[in-house]
Design a protein. Structure first.
Length: 105
């Protein structure tokens, strides 16, 4: 299993979630976060915003679905401007359902 974390623009988060659900991946966690990337924030005249609002989407999928899910996120989050976000993929050893104690997705 893999954990996919996508840091995207807040206005694209619902588009990404809807695209994932339509492709058969409805389960995810969304959090509102703040941060900055390589551009170190954004400047307008004398005003500098060092941390920008973003949305963090987390989804756990089987290994064979990683490329499909990351592709869906890439396409649906893309605006073509700095700050579109990042996709991070990490291994997940085990998952448990709290209600039943069942192991696995």
């Amino acid at each position: 299993m893999k954990m996919i974390r996508a840091i995207v623009r807040p206005e694209r988060a619902e588009v990404v979630a809807s695209s994932l659900a339509a492709a058969g991946f409805p389960a995810l966690t969304r959090m509102d976060v703040y941060g900055r990337g390589k551009q170190k924030g954004i400047s307008f005249d004398s005003i500098k915003y060092e941390e920008l609002p973003k949305s963090l989407l987390m989804i756990v999928v089987e290994d064979e679905n990683v490329s499909k899910v990351t592709s869906i996120i890439q396409v649906s989050a893309l605006t073509g401007y700095y700050g579109d976000g990042k996709i991070l993929v990490t291994p997940v050893d085990t998952a448990y359902t709290i209600r039943t104690g069942e192991e696995g997705l």
